[in-house]
Design a protein around this ligand. Structure first.
Ligand SMILES: Nc1nc2c(ncn2[C@@H]2O[C@H](COP(=O)(O)OP(=O)(O)OP(=O)(O)O)[C@@H](O)[C@H]2O)c(=O)[nH]1
Length: 422
């Protein structure tokens, strides 16, 4: 801080008026923040949601004026996915850790109903990771890479008509989780008149469906810049890394047979407005909104789900220890209840099995008795038959003996007759 003070005396009123020639006292506080931020570096996490080939990568390249690695996506993915890349950038002495998450295969499936789910899951996963870090005993915020998404650039197809149902559905699902900035992609394909109508259609559709997009911070006296930014929503953007000659200058733009569209000309598209908003004026606000609104909502919901609360049933403040004890008791009781239920279930099963076994035993016994009876009857029948056969054999032998004696008698008589005749 410079501590030189100019002393000017005002003769007329005889009051000394001091004019500060440099920064003095706590006026210097912001400079400490600036120095610390420069030392630590900045981080910014962007999510790009839009159909395949809508110009997501080109716009990110144009925003940061760097040709990031090219990854062309196919139109044939069966599910929507996310491609996440982190880059370390430097501009003069300012370092920026930039994370870009881009949708892959968005809008390519026949059934688009669940297309938003991977995006919602990704946003929640980043919040969850931060919450887990926050809940750790030993936290390391300095090394921790905070990957919570600060802004979602939503690329709307330049149809010139209205939003698609997929756009409305996805934005509705994520608007409480991330700052949405809607963009009309490839705005050079829509005429200037159609563009204005298209913009107002989109804004009224968003409002009509209760979709909350990023709100520019409202000062008591809104600056002309903020008002004009709002008027330009959704930003009609054009991306290009090509250098085109316009007069004697080389500018970034897209060359057409009928002329050149200059990306950085505010009369041609809203690219500069978007870049200024993201990088120069609103980055810190986007980060703050992410932390204080979206993350806070997630954290509150998660902690409530875990059973934490700020006030007890009697609406009196409740301490962490009390919640812990109550939760422990509740879990203990639940365990007891479940154990009792399991015991009862087990007893019931045992009883059921016992009855089943008894029935099976009785069935077997009955079967055995029946077989025994059948066998006895069979034995008796056989015995009867045996007796009958024995009687028949005796009769047979009797008859045989009688027949033999008769035969012998006949032979003797014949012999006697023959002898008599002689
Ligand atoms: N007319 C016009 N073409 C553009 C614009 N931005 C990008 N393109 C072209 O559109 C094509 C696809 O651009 P990408 O940036 O790869 O699109 P993407 O959405 O990242 O594609 P995927 O990552 O494959 O989903 C390229 O040929 C770009 O040159 C634009 O603003 N206007």
């Amino acid at each position: 801080c410079i501590k030189r003070i100019r002393n000017v005396s005002q003769k007329e009123e005889n009051i000394r008026c001091l004019t500060l020639l440099g920064h003095f006292g706590f006026e210097c506080l912001p400079y400490q923040l600036v120095n610390r931020s420069i030392q630590q570096g900045f981080s910014f996490n962007v999510l790009c949601v839009g159909e395949t080939g809508i110009g997501k990568s080109t716009l990110i390249d144009t925003l940061f004026n760097i040709n990031f690695k090219e990854h062309k996506s196919s139109h044939f993915y069966s599910n929507v996915g996310l491609r996440v890349q982190t880059y370390k950038l430097q501009e003069s002495n300012v370092q920026l850790k930039l994370t870009v998450a881009e949708t892959v295969g968005y809008g390519d499936q026949v059934n688009k109903e669940a297309s938003y789910q991977p995006i919602v899951d990704y946003l929640d996963a980043q919040f969850e990771a931060y919450l887990q870090e926050e809940l750790k005993i030993k936290r390391s915020y300095f090394e921790y890479h905070d990957s919570r998404i600060h802004v979602c650039l939503y690329f709307i197809s330049p149809t010139g008509h209205s939003l698609k149902s997929l756009d409305l559905l996805t934005m509705k699902k994520i608007d409480r989780k991330v700052n949405i900035v809607p963009l009309i992609a490839k705005a050079d394909t829509v005429s200037k008149n159609d563009l204005q109508k298209f913009k107002s259609n989109i804004m009224s559709e968003l409002a009509g469906n209760g979709i909350q997009i990023y709100q520019f911070p409202e000062d008591e006296e809104p600056t002309a810049q903020m008002t004009s930014l709002k008027e330009h929503l959704p930003f009609a953007v054009v991306g290009s890394m090509d250098e085109v000659k316009v007069g004697k200058r080389m500018v970034r733009g897209r060359q057409y047979p009928w002329g050149v569209l200059q990306v950085e000309n505010e009369n041609h598209c809203d690219f500069v407005r978007l870049r200024d908003m993201l990088l120069c004026t609103n980055m810190e606000d986007l980060k703050e909104q992410t932390h204080t609104q979206h993350y806070e909502r997630y954290r509150c919901h998660r902690l409530q789900k875990m059973g934490f609360t700020d006030v007890g049933p009697d609406n009196q403040p409740i301490s962490f220890q009390e919640i812990y004890e109550a939760k422990r008791q509740e879990l203990y009781e639940q365990c007891q209840r479940e154990e009792e239920q399991l015991k009862q279930k087990f007893m019931q099963r045992v009883k059921e099995k016992e009855t089943e076994f008894k029935e099976a035993e009785k069935e077997l016994q009955d079967k055995f008795e029946h077989l025994k009876k059948v066998q006895q009857e069979e034995t008796m029948k056989l015995e009867e038959e045996r007796k009958q056969l024995e009687a028949e054999i005796i009769d047979f032998y009797k008859m045989k003996a009688a027949s033999e004696s008769l035969q012998a008698q006949t032979c003797t008589n014949t012999k006697k007759d023959k002898e008599r005749k002689k």
